[in-house]
Design a protein around this ligand. Structure first.
Ligand code: WT7
Length: 634
């Protein structure tokens, strides 16, 4: 079978970038054609201006209308063995219509923001598409985030409705979810309605007048809903992500350009053949990878996907391989941290299984080390399936730098080149493109359809964060190099953002959480290298004078602080290590020298220490770290 992408696609896009994107936009169903492809007033872009479409119709109705209603959209595999459900496009259509009607009944109008706090179940997809269908932008919050994290997102976004579950399953046991929502809502006076999907069946507290069961409100609705088309630039969703400040930023995505970008990249990068492929993106729906490559991209393309609630864990090392064999998965898309975990468990776990259905392997979220790339290609891909290392961000909406299967050369560890119609470059400190063989900062020099349309409610931060470092270009926050052939290699963040297991976590946000503890005076957080998770969070903390030495130096106190961070932000932000120290290394002007802390955390020789105010501090911290290591071994 011929690949979706032919080499000419690069030339075609280079010849006329906008015409290429128009062609991609025509893969969708529009209720009204656009007048202008792009209006670009740096730093704000409008794509397909004057065009109207409905994202939910594009993801669902048009496939049903084309006679593909019986095609499976999702093979859902829940946490436990017993939980399995196939959802066809016709099922999805009925459920999305019902949910849309229910939201309208609850008083939701186009332009109202809705928070979705749900695990990996089909209703989460239904909820998102129902919001999109009626023009209510959703903000999906990862179900592992704390009440405080959920509350700050609801408030920042101005949500008036929350959709959630009673509880969720994780590795066979249930955990409450609704109580976290109740806690968050104690200080969200504008939330009028909470719609609750019954997942675990455990008892939950109920606020009369505010809380409604999904099955009571949704199931009785009509399975028909006439969808209205919205402007191409109508907000589709807001996704919060960590930056260099303490407060996560709400990244705004709109409808027409975004859907064009995610569906086109999904088609070419994964060489998707909707009739025969079984596609599995193993991310959580709550992250941008899930939005773009579980929900909007694959559904717009009419794909059949796996929707899997679990994550790989040591008690069930061959679960993934069983699933791939059973469903004859053809395309797998996951993060390097998962690949390294599976690699640690060994190829013998997958040897008993027939993985020959796999034909494309994707990687995303962090730089993939050549060793993991080669293991993935050799053992999972049977040395046959190409690996596509895809670079992009919450802000870019969709894939930006990637090889294309069948036509690109592959180099283990390289993301290779810009997707057709995308312009990435590597520049030096002055913003000048570096020659081949050199490194620098990754920038995007032309607007692209899936680009963010700003930070929710903060124009200045949008300009400052992305558009002020280099004139006329988008600054991604990543380091990169061009090799001798001009191919791109991603080198990780150049700012105070860590990447832990492919999750973006801000050092500042964790420092903020730590100093919120009554016993903490100062905190400095760094990302240390970690063989499995890429980076790991290490915090250095000084305590307030009222805290006795015995307390501060005890292992229990460090543990309390780790748990404190997990409670404030969520378990994914829990530091691997908290080191209590009498002082933090500072410059004479009082700036904490994080660079030295990174060296210490990685056990490296210290770099330049000439600006350090008190050189004994670093020795002290090193001793502390050594003591802790000994205690743990002892
Ligand atoms: C940051 C964006 C894109 C969805 C998942 C993460 C890093 C992402 C790669 C890659 C090297 C990568 C970058 C980027 N990153 N993909 N293939 N190679 N680094 O989305 O949470 O917005 O994080 O993830 O550092 O800036 P995100």
């Amino acid at each position: 079978m011929t690949a979706n992408a032919q080499p000419e696609v690069y030339e075609e896009a280079a010849r006329d970038r906008l015409a290429f994107w128009e062609k991609m936009a025509r893969r969708l169903e529009w209720a009204q054609q656009w007048d202008t492809v792009l209006e670009w007033e740096l730093p704000y872009a409008k794509w397909f201006v004057g065009g109207k479409l409905n994202a939910s119709v594009n993801c669902v109705d048009r496939h049903v209308a084309a006679g593909r209603g019986d095609k499976v959209a999702f093979h859902w595999i829940g946490d436990g063995e017993r939980d399995r459900r196939d959802v066809t496009y016709a099922d999805l259509h009925r459920q999305v219509c019902q949910a849309a009607n229910a939201l309208l009944d609850l008083g939701v109008q186009a332009g109202d923001q809705i928070a979705i706090y749900m695990p990996m179940i089909p209703e989460t997809v239904v909820a998102m598409l129902a919001c999109a269908r009626i023009g209510a932008p959703h903000t999906v919050v990862f179900c592992g985030f704390s009440a405080e994290a959920l509350r700050s997102r609801i408030l920042d976004c101005g949500c008036r409705v929350v959709i959630t579950v009673d509880g969720q399953f994780r590795r066979g046991s249930s955990a409450p979810v609704k109580p976290i929502v109740d806690d968050a809502l104690t200080a969200c006076p504008d939330v009028r309605r909470v719609l609750v999907v019954r997942r675990t069946g455990n008892d939950v507290a109920w606020t009369a007048g505010r809380d409604r069961w999904w099955h009571e409100v949704v199931d009785e609705q009509s399975v028909q809903h006439e969808a209205q088309a919205f402007d191409a630039e109508h907000p589709l969703y807001i996704m919060y992500t960590s930056g260099t400040t303490a407060k996560p930023k709400g990244i705004l995505h709109t409808t027409g350009g975004y859907l064009t970008h995610v569906s086109a990249t999904h088609h070419y990068v994964f060489d998707l053949k909707p009739e025969t492929d079984v596609y599995w993106c193993a991310a959580d729906i709550a992250w941008v990878t899930g939005h773009s490559y579980i929900v909007y991209g694959p559904l717009a393309n009419g794909a059949t996907s796996i929707l899997y609630e679990g994550t790989p864990h040591p008690g069930d090392k061959d679960r993934w391989w069983k699933l791939i064999e059973h469903h004859k998965v053809t395309i797998l898309y996951t993060a390097p941290t998962t690949i390294r975990t599976l690699m640690k468990w060994g190829a013998e776990e997958l040897e008993p299984y027939d993985l020959s259905s796999l034909r494309i392997l994707g990687s995303v979220g962090e730089p993939i080390n050549p060793e993991a790339w080669i293991w993935y290609h050799t053992h999972v891909g049977g040395s046959r399936a190409p690996v596509v290392d895809t670079w992009w961000q919450t802000e870019t909406g969709g894939i930006m730098i990637t090889p294309l299967p069948g036509i690109s050369e592959a180099k283990p560890g390289a993301a290779m080149q810009s997707f057709p119609g995308v312009s990435a470059d590597v520049v030096d400190n002055e913003g000048k493109p570096v020659p081949n063989g050199s490194g620098g900062f990754l920038v995007l020099t032309e607007p692209w359809p899936g680009m963010l349309r700003g930070i929710w409610g903060d124009d200045q931060q949008y300009r400052d964060t992305y558009w002020s470092r280099f004139k006329g270009a988008y600054f991604a926050g990543d380091g990169a190099k061009k090799d001798e052939d001009g191919d791109l290699w991603l080198l990780g963040r150049v700012d105070d953002v860590m990447n832990v297991s492919g999750h973006r976590i801000s050092t500042t946000e964790i420092e903020h959480a730590l100093v919120g503890h009554p016993s903490v005076a100062e905190a400095a957080v760094v990302g240390a290298s970690d063989a499995t998770t890429g980076q790991a969070i290490v915090a250095f903390v000084t305590v307030r004078s009222h805290v006795a030495d015995e307390v501060a130096n005890g292992e229990r106190f460090a543990e309390e602080l780790r748990n404190h961070v997990a409670a404030v932000i969520g378990p994914i932000a829990k530091p691997r290590q908290v080191i209590i120290t009498p002082e933090l290394p500072k410059t004479r002007s009082g700036k904490i020298m994080r660079r030295l802390l990174r060296d210490i955390a990685d056990g490296r020789e210290l770099g330049d220490v000439t600006t350090l105010l008190d050189a004994t501090v670093t020795d002290l911290i090193r001793e502390r770290m050594a003591d802790r290591a000994e205690e743990r071994e002892g």
